[in-house]
Design a protein around this ligand. Structure first.
Ligand code: KIV
Ligand code: ZN
Length: 515
């Protein structure tokens, strides 16, 4: 019997710390439901001390999810631990995850604390957390650059204080896999009470080795991996859940453990996270990229047709690729629509909500005859990412372009409840349409990223556009989808504008910065 490898998903916490990836509570709940379907063991739902909104979002996730354990992050101080305990108190299974930095550079430059004070704070935080929940995790932030003797002391002390899981992060993505594996080995052998806790790994991808480091730790004895869908996360991201899970599952000859993940739910989770956050998945991304199972080169195709495993080491359907078949069309009724949405985990709280979504589905079906699950996901993403008090609303767009001519966009919007229109030129239709938006809604923001993705196959696919806006240090991602990509672009820009109006400044638990 292989050991169980626990999957701790931190898409909703570390993933959300990525600039522009912040999610509304409704979006978090939607992703959490998909993570539950995926059968992740622990969902880190957020950092409640950041704000009232973050705390509410963790509470909502804790209320909605019953199969996965819900975890809240807390710095090692009484206020944070109290807020984390409050946020997860109604969870079916709860965990508090407390952390403090242990590397010389972090203790000196960031915390301005001595190692003895750090150790005392860690132990106190674990004891306090244990007063509220049975399941407490402790992380030594920047463990990859910490002194091993000190790590041994602090881990021994927190296990003694009641930590059930001890996490060893490579916070800045600096360590190499062989070093990280060896370090895990030494720590697990040297800490006298190591057998009383599960050892966990948490890696960032700054040098592109987050998954390799996580797997090296698993081989050395780690039995929990902290990771995110699509590798979402600060800077170059966290270890990607799908890569870790499929490496362990595919190479059972190498690993003496396995996860409980329902791998067929991987692709739907990837699509959902990408569409909610507006972070596209690169086509050559392992497991979930559009090319991951596309054997296009003639020689490969020939080999795969003769015998699959000449080039395929995994089956596309095992990670959810076959799920995206035509599911609805122009003539599908409300009941079929509601049932298909329910199978995707999307429930409507009222008939009004169902009717509104069904109306949008019918509009889409008029333009696009075959509707796929991914189209339905986007239909809902558009809705859940809308701010409650939208300041800007899209009404209509007319565009004119011809080769050699100057593109023109004529735009109608509602701004602060008033209908407004404008006309502008630009370097291409998208630029003209953005200039038209800016005429109506002036500001100092910059478009720092613009990307278009086809949601499904074929030239009638909806284009899903992400626009990242930056204004006064804040960054938001706006998303929009339409069969006309200029309309999708304007919708994405407007979604970003509404988020900028509504988004509170966010507090980062690790850097201590508010942006
Ligand atoms: O990267 C890191 O060290 C973290 C900790 C809070 C676990 O995210
Ligand atoms: Zn992290």
């Amino acid at each position: 019997m292989n050991d169980r490898l626990y999957i701790f998903d931190t898409t909703l916490r570390d993933g959300e710390q990525s600039p522009g990836a912040s999610m509304t509570a409704a979006e978090k709940v939607r992703i959490a439901r998909q993570l539950e379907k995926l059968q992740v063991d622990i969902i880190e739902a957020g950092f409640p001390a950041a704000s009232e909104g973050d705390s509410e979002a963790v509470k909502m996730v804790a209320k909605e999810i019953s199969d996965s354990r819900i975890c809240a992050l807390a710095r090692a101080n009484p206020g944070d631990v109290e807020k984390a305990a409050e946020a997860v108190k109604n969870a079916n299974a709860a965990r508090i995850h407390t952390f403090i930095a242990t590397s010389p550079i972090h203790m000196k430059a960031k915390l301005r604390m001595s190692p003895e004070d750090v150790l005392e704070k860690a132990v106190n935080a674990v004891r306090q957390a244990r007063d509220s929940v049975e399941d407490v995790e402790f992380s030594a932030e920047d463990a990859g650059r910490s002194d091993e003797d000190f790590l041994c002391r602090i881990f021994e002390a927190v296990i003694h204080a009641g930590a059930r899981t001890v996490n060893i992060p490579d916070t800045v993505g600096y360590t190499m896999p062989h070093q990280f594996g060896e370090m895990f080995n030494r720590l697990m052998n040297r800490i006298p009470n190591a057998d009383q806790a599960t050892f966990s790994v948490h890696c960032h991808n700054d040098l592109g080795v987050a998954v390799a480091n996580s797997l090296a730790a698993v081989q050395a004895g780690a039995r929990q991996v902290e990771c995110t869908i699509n590798g979402l996360g600060e800077r170059a991201g966290n270890a990607s859940l799908e890569e870790v899970v499929m490496a362990v599952r595919t190479r059972q000859d190498v690993f003496s453990c396995d996860t409980a993940i329902d791998t067929a739910q991987i692709l739907p989770a990837s699509r959902m996270v990408s569409s909610v956050t507006g972070f596209p998945v690169q086509p050559n991304k392992a497991i979930v990229g559009a090319n991951a199972f596309a054997h296009e080169a003639g020689i490969h195709q020939d080999g795969v047709l003769k015998q699959r495993d000449t080039y395929e080491i995994m089956r596309a359907e095992d990670v959810g690729w076959s799920a995206n078949q035509i599911v609805l069309g122009k003539h599908s009724g409300r009941t079929a629509f509601r049932e298909r949405m329910a199978s995707l985990g999307i429930e409507f709280s009222s008939d009004v909500e169902l009717n509104a979504a069904f109306g949008r589905f019918k509009d889409l079906a008029d333009k696009k005859h075959e509707i796929f699950d991914d189209d339905l996901q986007v239909l809902v993403s558009e809705d859940t990412s809308k701010e409650e008090n939208e300041v800007v609303r899209f009404i209509g767009l007319k565009t004119m372009a011809e080769t050699g001519g100057i593109p023109v966009a004529e735009l109608s919007l509602e701004f602060n409840g008033q209908p407004r229109s404008s006309s502008a030129n630009g370097d291409g239709l998208v630029d003209a349409a953005f200039q038209a938006v800016e005429e109506i809604v002036p500001g100092t923001r910059n478009v720092i990223l613009y990307s278009v993705n086809a949601i499904t196959e074929g030239s009638d696919s909806q284009g899903e556009v992400s626009v990242r806006l930056q204004e006064e240090g804040r960054i938001v991602n706006g998303q929009g989808a339409d069969t006309d990509i200029v309309v999708a672009s304007v919708k994405a820009y407007i979604n970003g504008l509404n988020k900028l109006q509504a988004a509170p400044h966010r507090f980062n638990p690790q850097s201590g910065e508010t942006v």
